[in-house]
Design a protein around this ligand. Structure first.
Ligand code: ZN
Length: 199
């Protein structure tokens, strides 16, 4: 069996499962049914309950396009769970981050923010929101426009609730999804006692 055959067999098995009456009615009319409707050649190419590899690939493509339109990245979806993944998927340690000036608890995250990749433009730490759980305890401000070498950048900054130090920014308002949250490289400390006011 080559990979395509395996892919096809797995897919057909999943279709049979969907057609199983015990699985309920809702699943039957899912994306696969819609896909048949979209492709006028479907009946010609395949027998009842069968799908060609082309159908499968088309369906994958449709799903991908849909995901992109929704602004949802499925790039990091883990399909095959292995022990290698367990460090990422298993129980996560939540790390507290404090304002570097007053020591206020500002961000909880499943990663050390000061270990994240940095943005070249301003050396801010970039947290990929789809990759990491995180919660900001901060106040968001109005939109700010910044002049950059290649144009204007929009920032929605967030500030320490206690001393109002700017902690970082997002390219979109707090209510909207976006790829990254940025944290200024000197705005946070991992030990509350390292804050300037508490030293
Ligand atoms: Zn503060």
């Amino acid at each position: 069996m080559n990979n395509d055959d395996e892919e096809l067999a797995a897919y057909q098995a999943s279709i049979s499962a969907q057609n199983d009456p015990s699985q309920g009615q809702e699943q039957k009319g899912g994306a696969f049914e819609r896909m048949k409707g979209d492709d006028p050649n479907w009946r010609v190419k395949t027998g009842e309950g069968q799908a060609t590899l082309a159908d499968i690939k088309k369906r994958r493509r449709d799903e991908l396009e849909e995901a992109q339109e929704e602004g949802v990245s499925r790039k990091f979806k883990i399909v095959n769970f292995t022990s290698e993944d367990s460090a990422v998927v298993g129980e996560k340690t939540i790390i507290s981050h404090y304002c570097s000036i007053c020591g206020e608890h500002c961000v909880a995250a499943d990663a050390k923010i000061m270990k994240l990749p940095r943005r070249r433009t301003d050396k801010s730490f970039a947290l990929e929101e789809a990759m990491h759980f995180h919660k900001k305890y901060a106040n968001f401000g109005e939109r700010i426009n910044l002049k950059r070498p290649n144009g204007v950048e929009q920032q929605y900054r967030f500030y320490c609730r206690q001393c109002r130090q700017p902690l970082g920014y997002r390219p979109r308002p707090d209510s909207e999804t976006c790829k990254f949250s940025y944290f200024y490289h000197d705005a946070l400390v991992e030990e509350q006692s390292h804050a300037i006011a508490l030293r």
